[in-house]
Design a protein around this ligand. Structure first.
Ligand SMILES: O=C1O[C@H](COP(=O)(O)O)[C@@H](O)[C@H](O)[C@H]1O
Length: 240
């Protein structure tokens, strides 16, 4: 990882507010430059609070939602109505509360075969983003095993170089997932990694150590032309 920016916040609430300010800024910058904002959401517990904060007038009134185009950097292979669905979490926390055209929301398909759904989602990414396939902003989290998106340790997707989106069998969870690959994530103009909670400390300690060895999937996030910003809370960096 090349010189990432690391910002440490008191707790998850402060981290989430910082992410919301960052979201508004990135959105305004992209709309000024290209008249739209393409963003990939992540799942997990950390972004939920960010999504809730984005619905408040303080933030929502400063976002031109009709110019925002939303994808998901990973999804569990479950129906969109399942409590495990990253789409459902985002819908309940954010999408149901904002005025965004339905055509701007690109939920990951999860009906049928995982491989066909991944190919369909990759085609949607290419259609909306064009040749560059470069998101304006990619939001990511990190699991306590060092996974990010659904790039889990020991999975075949880690060595995928041609595809932008791929299905992946996650043995540790006994489930299929659909995930952006490194190739797609690392084309992003900005990557925001939101990591809160003490259970992330053992992995963070290792990856930010001097001469850290590349062991965890999250260490492969390295946007070629973009910037990576870690938003961390004190619990994640101290373990307390
Ligand atoms: O399974 C997942 O977990 C990671 C990390 O989530 P968190 O709850 O520890 O913040 C998340 O980034 C990913 O999108 C999700 O599918």
């Amino acid at each position: 990882m090349s010189n990432p920016v690391k910002l440490i916040w008191k707790d998850k609430e402060a981290l989430s507010r910082a992410a919301a300010y960052y979201f508004v800024e990135a959105c305004a910058k992209s709309i000024a430059a290209s008249d739209r904002f393409t963003v990939a959401f992540s799942g997990g517990s950390t972004p939920k609070r960010l999504f809730e904060i984005l619905t408040t007038p303080e933030f929502s009134n400063n976002i031109e939602w009709k110019k925002v185009f939303i994808f998901w950097s990973d999804e569990r292979f479950v129906p969109h109505t399942s409590d495990d669905s990253n789409y459902k979490m985002s819908k309940l926390a954010l999408l149901d509360h904002i005025k965004i055209p339905k055509k701007n929301i690109f939920a990951t398909p999860t009906k049928g075969e995982p491989a066909a759904c991944a190919a369909e989602y990759e085609a949607a990414v290419k259609t909306v983003l064009g040749k560059t396939a470069s998101f304006d902003l990619t939001l990511l989290g990190m699991g306590d095993d060092g996974h990010t998106a659904s790039l889990f340790p020991g999975t075949t997707i880690l060595t995928e170089t041609k595809r932008l989106v791929k299905e992946v069998w996650v043995e540790s969870k006994q489930t299929w997932r659909i995930s952006f690959t490194y190739t797609l994530i690392n084309k992003s103009k900005e990557v925001l990694l939101l990591v809160g909670d003490a259970n992330k400390y053992p992995v963070l300690k290792k990856i930010f150590a001097k001469n850290a060895k590349p062991v965890y999937p999250v260490q492969g996030i390295n946007p070629q032309k973009g910037r990576i910003i870690w938003l961390l809370d004190e619990a994640a960096v101290t373990g307390k």
